[in-house]
Ligand binder design. Structure first.
Ligand code: NDP
Length: 259
C-alpha cells in the first residue's frame, strides 16, 4: 500500500494547528479531509494550498459536537477517498469568556465538553469502526487515531475549568481507546501542545510573551502550528509502530518541573 492512497481526516483543519497538520499530510501525499465548523473560506484555502502542491484535499463542514454531523464527517470522508487511515482529533474551542470557577456557567461547561470531549470520543468510536477492515499500512496498522489535547490536561487554570476538565478527559480517552484498539491494530496517541501561536491564543499574546521571556518554558519561544504537525507526521509515517497510548509533549519543555 502506498502513501498516495492513504486518507487522513483532520477535525478543525481550516485554521491554526489543524491547518498545519492538514497541509503537512497533504504535502506528504495523503488524501486529506479538512473538517471545519463555520470558516468555509479558510477551509477552502487549506484545500487549495494542498492542491497547489499536487495533493488531494476536500473540505467538510461538520460540528463535531453533534452526533449527526460526526456520522456525516466519517461517511463523506470514506465516500470521497475510499477509506479512512488516520483520524486527527484536533478541533477544539476555548471558553467564550474566561471566568473563575466560582462564577462560570453551565452553558459554557456543556458546550466545552460537547465539542472538546464528547466530539473526539464518539468520533474515535466511528473512526475505529471504519478502520477495522482496512488492509495494514507500512506500520502494520490498519489505522491511527491522534488526539490533540493540551498541557491543560494536567495544569489547573481556575478561570477556564471547563477547558481543563475536557482536556483531562481526552487523556483518559486516549488510554481507553489505546487499550481497546491495540488488538485491532489501530494505534492511539495523544499530543499535548503547550503555548502555540494561533487565533486561539491571539488574545493573550502579550501575557504569554512576557511569561515565555521570563522562563515559563525551558525553550523560550512560542510554539508554532508546524511544531505540532511534525509530531503528527511522525505517527502517520509509522515511526511509532510498537507504541500506543503514548503522550507526546510538544510544549517547549513546559511539563518539566525545575527548581
Ligand atoms: P483555532 O481556534 O486556531 O482553530 C480551531 C479549529 O477548530 C478551527 O479550524 C475551527 O473551525 C475548528 N472547530 C471549532 N469548533 C468546532 C466544531 N464544533 N466542529 C468542528 N470544528 C470546530 O485553535 P488552535 O489551532 O489553536 O487549536 C487546535 C487544537 O489544539 C484545539 O483542540 C486546542 O484546544 C488545542 N491546543 C491549542 C493550543 C494553543 O496554544 N493554540 C495549546 C494546546 C492545545 P472553524 O474555522 O470553522 O471555526
Amino acid at each position: 500500500m502506498t502513501i498516495e492512497n492513504r486518507t487522513a481526516l483532520i477535525t478543525g483543519g481550516s485554521r491554526g494547528i489543524g491547518r498545519a497538520i492538514a497541509t503537512a499530510l497533504g504535502f506528504a501525499g495523503w488524501n486529506v479531509a479538512v473538517n471545519y465548523a463555520s470558516s468555509a473560506a479558510a477551509a477552502q484555502e487549506t484545500v487549495e494550498h494542498i492542491a497547489a502542491h499536487g495533493g488531494q484535499a476536500h473540505a467538510i463542514r461538520a460540528d463535531i459536537g453533534r452526533s449527526a454531523d460526526r456520522k456525516l464527517l466519517i461517511t463523506e470522508t470514506v465516500a470521497r477517498f475510499g477509506k479512512l487511515d488516520l483520524l486527527v482529533n484536533n478541533a477544539g474551542i476555548a471558553p467564550t469568556q474566561r471566568m473563575d470557577i466560582l462564577e462560570a456557567t453551565e452553558e459554557s461547561f456543556d458546550r466545552l465538553i460537547e465539542v472538546n470531549l464528547k466530539g473526539p470520543y464518539f468520533l474515535s468510536q466511528l473512526a475505529a469502526n471504519a478502520m477495522k477492515s482496512n488492509a495494514p499500512g507500512p506500520d502494520q496498522r490498519v489505522g491511527n487515531i491522534v488526539t490533540i489535547s493540551s498541557i491543560s490536561a494536567y495544569t489547573a487554570s481556575v478561570n477556564r475549568g471547563d477547558y481543563c476538565v475536557a482536556k483531562a478527559g481526552l487523556a483518559m480517552m486516549t488510554k481507553l481507546f489505546a487499550a481497546r484498539l491495540a488488538e485491532l491494530n489501530i494505534g492511539v496517541f495523544e499530543i499535548r501542545p503547550g503555548i502555540i501561536a494561533t487565533d486561539m491564543t491571539a488574545g493573550v499574546k502579550e501575557k504569554y510573551d512576557t511569561l515565555i521571556a521570563n522562563g515559563l518554558t525551558p525553550i523560550r519561544r512560542w510554539g508554532q502550528p508546524d511544531d505540532v504537525a511534525r509530531a503528527v507526521l511522525a505517527i502517520a509515517e509509522g515511526r511509532f509502530a510498537f507504541s500506543t497510548g503514548q503522550v507526546i509533549d510538544v510544549d517547549g519543555g513546559f511539563h518539566l518541573r525545575t527548581l
